[in-house]
Design a protein around this ligand. Structure first.
Ligand code: HEC
Ligand code: HEC
Length: 350
């Protein structure tokens, strides 16, 4: 019995050797695959800052504020107008719509997994942290167009909000800081749903097709994507020039004018649910994921600020489709989302 098993083992080894030597590139798992897979486990808990800890009542209040047009001057917009769960928590547009019906300079980014963004927010990092973001869209004349003092006054005048603020903060006082904190707490519960990729990482080999596994190897190996789209949320929360942006927007370079590397640098977006979120990039310039892969294959615009990780890749057609197949495994499954799911009593798990 033992010797038969040894023989089978030897035959299998021989077969693998044959494939390795003569098979087309990528038909065999990269030897580093197991090590790479270990870096993508879903974390155990959602991080909340000590300065704004989770509570169910605060998250409930934040959820209500997120969808309520009371926070816009003409009561015609809410955060939800642009950050929609069915569109990957963005709006499906190349660039966000101004109140006047024209385009802003930037595309609406997803707010999925924003709890893990421990660096600055916004495409160019203009926002220090999540608590400081909401004031900008509320007050911007071309966006929600409501002065912060007026937002606070409206909420004070609404008795049902007084009760909700009291439940969240212990007393019914309404302030801009509390508004920020409640909205941030809710947004941290907006977490990527489990995707086929996660079932594969957890050990289910049948969860994703072979082509996607080859794409995973490329993503982590030859194509170098994971150097920036790293970890379970597929972002290093940092800023890079990937050789896109042909216009005048120099991104983080505007805020950090002395740095050459930050010219044309934009935030690395999460790739969770990326399929649901086209068109792509900070300016929506790329219509689909095939165009994104082609950009990386060409190495983008060669200029002094371009990240050293970006180079011409010379991907074969099959490798491009493997990468696309891999990206498709990051789309979460199931209907429920942070807008509709019951909010947990204790700090929620992802
Ligand atoms: C008209 C569409 C629109 C509305 C309404 C809107 N946003 Fe946004 N949101 C955007 C755009 C565009 C950006 C990118 C801004 C930038 O990078 O400077 C953004 C960025 C963000 C970010 C940063 C995400 C990241 O990954 O860096 C957060 C958080 C956010 N919005 C939350 C909100 C909240 C909360 C509200 C409601 C108070 C809101 N948004 C209303 C379009 C919108
Ligand atoms: C040097 C860091 C870096 C590397 C390497 C990198 N990316 Fe990116 N990626 C970014 C940044 C930064 C952006 C946003 C750029 C912008 O908006 O102008 C981005 C955007 C994207 C987007 C668009 C997402 C969206 O919501 O708009 C996709 C898809 C993507 N990258 C996939 C890949 C793939 C696949 C690879 C490997 C072939 C890769 N990236 C390699 C940093 C990187």
């Amino acid at each position: 019995m033992l010797s038969i098993m040894r023989n089978i083992g030897a035959a299998a080894t021989a077969l693998i050797t044959v494939i390795t030597v003569s098979g087309p590139a990528g038909t065999v798992a990269d030897p580093r695959r197991a090590e790479w897979r270990a870096g993508y486990r879903v974390p155990d808990a959602i991080p909340f800052p000590e300065t704004n800890p989770y509570s169910q009542a605060k998250a409930e209040l934040g959820r209500r504020l997120f969808v309520d047009p009371i926070l816009s001057g003409a009561r015609d917009r809410a955060c939800l107008t642009c950050h929609q769960p069915g569109l990957g928590w963005a709006d499906g547009r190349a660039r966000a719509a101004t109140l006047a019906g024209s385009n802003m300079d930037l595309r609406t980014p997803t707010i999925l997994n924003v709890a893990w963004q421990d660096g600055p927010l916004g495409w160019d990092g203009k926002f220090r942290d999540l608590e400081t973001v909401a004031r900008t869209p509320i007050a911007a004349a071309g966006n929600m167009n409501l002065k912060l003092v007026d937002a606070v006054a409206r909420l004070k005048a609404d008795e049902s909000y007084s009760a909700a603020f009291a439940a969240a903060f212990g007393d019914p006082a309404v302030s801009a800081e509390r508004l920020d904190q409640a909205l941030a707490t809710f947004q941290r519960t907006i977490v990527a749903k489990r995707a086929p990729f996660d079932r594969w990482i957890a050990g289910d080999e049948a969860a994703i097709p072979e082509t996607a596994k080859r794409g995973f190897d490329l993503f982590n190996g030859k194509a170098g994507c994971a150097q920036c789209h790293s970890g379970w949320s597929f972002t290093d929360n940092s800023f890079h020039d990937i050789g896109t942006a042909e216009g005048n927007d120099i991104g983080r370079g505007r805020l950090m004018p002395k740095s050459v590397a930050l010219r044309y640098a934009f935030k690395t977006p999460t790739l969770r649910d990326v399929e649901l979120r086209g068109p792509y990039m900070h300016d929506g310039a790329l219509p689909d994921l095939a165009a994104v892969i082609n950009l990386y294959d060409r190495g983008g615009i060669d200029r002094p600020s371009r990240a050293r990780e970006i180079k011409v890749l010379h991907l074969a057609a099959e490798e491009k489709s493997d990468l696309l197949a891999f990206l498709a495994t990051l789309t979460g499954e199931g209907e429920s989302n942070a807008l509709t799911a019951p909010l947990p009593v204790d700090a929620p798990k992802p």
